[in-house]
Design a protein around this ligand. Structure first.
Ligand SMILES: [Fe+2]
Ligand SMILES: [Fe+2]
Length: 257
């Protein structure tokens, strides 16, 4: 099974030329599924959500989408009254989708919040209810690979461009270890990254994608990740925009023991 992991599309702050390159690259690579790990829009406007929805319709493969902090209206009453209405109307009714495929079970978690115990609303949080949902979903899992996608990365290595707080991160990591999650797909940092960690005797790969198409680049150009799953192994390829092509920058292969 092949999954393309894209993130931080930021429609409204996107480079149309890169969007077209991404669409043609995805069509060429024929992934079975596209996972989009949040920040689908820049300012959560209706026009941006409509454009994002048209993008997903142009893709011939299904998309598994979760929201990010930019998909909430800003300092606007809508943020507090109907925080997810536009996202739900245009992208997906379900903020935390689930998918059981041949080789891979995928759980989506929404880490964006309309209110946080911080003035920085770009931070994220994971609740006890979400940790229980993760446990329930993976308790029923019988596939070789357990994948979770969440916008805010649970790890914060020094090479990341931003210092981001994910509230309740410690308990979240505990749950990921207890449930023997194999791969965590995130975004937010606009920085492609893979880290392997052993938790609870199980290897978990923390995979972050750069921004797929926005002009909001930080330390890296636009990019996305390609994951090829086999029964016992997965190959993760990090692709970066170079000229008018997404070129392979690096790749890691992980084999289950
Ligand atoms: Fe972003
Ligand atoms: Fe973000």
């Amino acid at each position: 099974m092949r999954i393309a992991h894209i993130s931080d599309l930021h429609f409204g702050a996107h480079d149309r030329r890169v969007t077209e390159t991404l669409i043609s690259t995805l069509i060429e690579l024929e992934p079975d599924l596209v996972v989009a790990s949040g920040d689908i829009t820049q300012d959560a406007t209706v026009a941006e959500f409509v454009e994002a929805s048209e993008f997903f319709k142009l893709l011939p493969m299904p998309a598994f989408v979760i929201p990010g902090n930019h998909d909430l209206p800003g300092l606007d009453l809508r943020r507090f009254i109907q925080p997810w209405k536009r996202y739900r109307d245009h992208i997906a009714r379900e903020l935390e989708p689930e998918l059981q495929a041949d080789l891979v079970d995928i759980k989506g978690i929404n880490s964006a919040r309309m209110i946080l115990p911080s003035l920085n609303w770009a931070y994220g949080s994971i609740s006890a209810r979400q940790r229980h949902d993760i446990a329930d979903f993976f308790a029923a899992s019988t596939t070789p690979w357990r994948v979770l996608t969440v916008h805010h990365p649970p790890l914060n290595p020094p090479e990341f461009p931003l210092d981001v707080t994910l509230f309740n991160k410690g308990k979240f990591l505990e749950t990921l270890g207890e449930q023997k999650v194999d791969i965590v797909l995130s975004g937010h940092q606009h920085h492609a990254y893979v880290e392997t960690r052993i938790m609870n005797g199980h290897t978990t790969l923390f995979v972050c994608a750069s921004t797929a198409m926005s002009v909001r680049i930080r330390k890296q150009p636009q990019g996305f990740n390609l994951l090829d799953f086999k029964d016992k192994s997965v190959r993760i390829e990090l692709r970066q925009l170079s000229g008018d092509r997404f070129m392979t920058q690096s790749a890691v292969t992980h084999t289950k023991v």
